[in-house]
Design a protein around this ligand. Structure first.
Ligand code: ADP
Ligand code: MG
Length: 351
């Protein structure tokens, strides 16, 4: 593989905020090294805070892997005339200055419906008249684009007071931001460790949110370092925990709760949402089947000293509307009502 081949591969990577020109054409590739079978590429960024830096690094890596290069390294240099005396922090919370409540939506494990609850809660709060944003911080499995029918959308970047900010998408009265808008299907999976961490902080801290009553953060499932780092740098006021009623899920919730309560994090948990609390068949809307047990959520809430903020049924329509990109909370069915009630309770709790 020659340098020319590698540049050809890199010319597939486009910069969404630069008229879609590719990174080679833009002169961003500052070095290509092929030593001992490995490939190291250096990208130069004119600004310390290019909001798309993490995206471009990930995209370059993905392109190289697709081009057949095993474990390519992508390094960066910041192109500045003189290094500032004191290193400015990479991120600050300026973009969140006019956001009243920042709430993490978390779960101890994946697949319990955390994103479904987050997206529908955002829509329900908007229906109640609040200004709402949602940041999809699940770098490993962003699902907001699919659930809101905004797949393939390309957010713009805009310079605001000398800083490049990403403009969130607006649909259903909610401002949406997701790492999914910057990644091809599956590509986000390539980000690991610190890179994933930075990418998700960018999705929250370098976004032109404007004035909001609520900013919900769809957090990655689980309780790892990435969560701790996120909670240390983003002024999350508190959290909502999502669970299903099974015993295993409830054990995971306990871990989730401890994450917010321990390790110098110390943020309140506003409530527990029991998702898939019962099953209601489409053809018998008045029937309730407690297939995962009847009061698991209520018991867990009591054990953990957390309020049970809402119970959402398992109905086919919730999955279907999620897949169709039209959240159930926008409709008129009883399951929409469950989300509206959850939203009202949360809003009342936070004043
Ligand atoms: N209450 C519900 N009723 C029906 N399907 C649901 C419900 N909650 C979630 N789902 C479906 O379950 C799957 C996983 O939900 P998701 O929100 O992506 O989970 P998580 O974000 O916790 O991984 C999705 O296909 C979603 O549509
Ligand atoms: Mg999810």
């Amino acid at each position: 593989m020659t340098e020319k081949d590698i540049l050809k591969i890199l010319s597939e990577v486009r910069h969404p905020a630069r008229g879609d020109r590719d990174i080679v054409d833009l002169g961003m590739v500052h070095g290509v090294e092929t030593k001992g079978g490995g490939v190291t590429v250096t990208l130069g960024f004119p600004k310390r805070r290019d909001p798309l830096a993490e995206y471009l690094i990930g995209a370059a890596r993905a392109a190289l892997i697709r081009g057949g290069i095993k474990d390519p390294k992508v390094e960066t240099v910041v192109l500045e005339d003189a290094a500032p005396k004191k290193k400015a922090p990479d991120f600050d919370t300026e973009c969140l200055r006019n956001v009243r409540h920042i709430i993490g939506v978390a779960s101890g494990k994946g697949g319990v419906g955390k994103s479904t609850v987050a997206v529908n809660l955002a829509c329900a709060l908007a229906r109640l008249g609040y200004k709402v944003g949602l940041a999809d911080a699940d770098v490993y499995g962003p699902s907001v684009p699919l659930m809101t029918g905004t797949e393939g959308a390309q957010p713009m970047a805009e310079e605001v007071d000398g800083r490049e900010l990403i403009i969130p998408l607006e649909k259903y009265g909610v401002k949406w931001m997701s790492i999914g808008y910057f990644a091809e299907r599956g590509q986000a999976l390539i980000w690991r460790g610190p890179m994933a961490c930075n990418a998700l902080k960018q999705m929250i801290l370098q976004v032109k949110w404007g004035v909001l009553d609520f900013l919900l953060i769809d957090m990655p499932p689980g309780t790892g370092d990435i969560h701790i780092s996120l909670l240390q740098e983003v002024p999350v006021e508190g959290a909502i925990l999502v669970t299903t009623p099974q015993e295993v899920a409830l054990t995971d919730v306990e871990k989730g709760a401890n994450m917010f309560r321990n390790k110098g994090i110390n943020r309140p948990i506003f409530g527990l949402v029991e998702n898939m609390a019962w099953f209601t068949p489409a053809e018998h809307p008045d029937e309730k089947y407690y297939i995962f047990g009847r009061d698991g959520g209520a018991r867990m809430a009591e054990d953990l000293g957390i309020e049970l903020l809402g119970r959402i049924p398992l109905v086919q329509g919730i999955r279907e509307s999620g897949d169709a990109g039209e959240p159930a909370a926008l409709g008129t069915r009883p399951d929409a009502q469950a989300f509206i009630e959850l939203a009202s309770k949360l809003a009342a709790k936070l004043g």
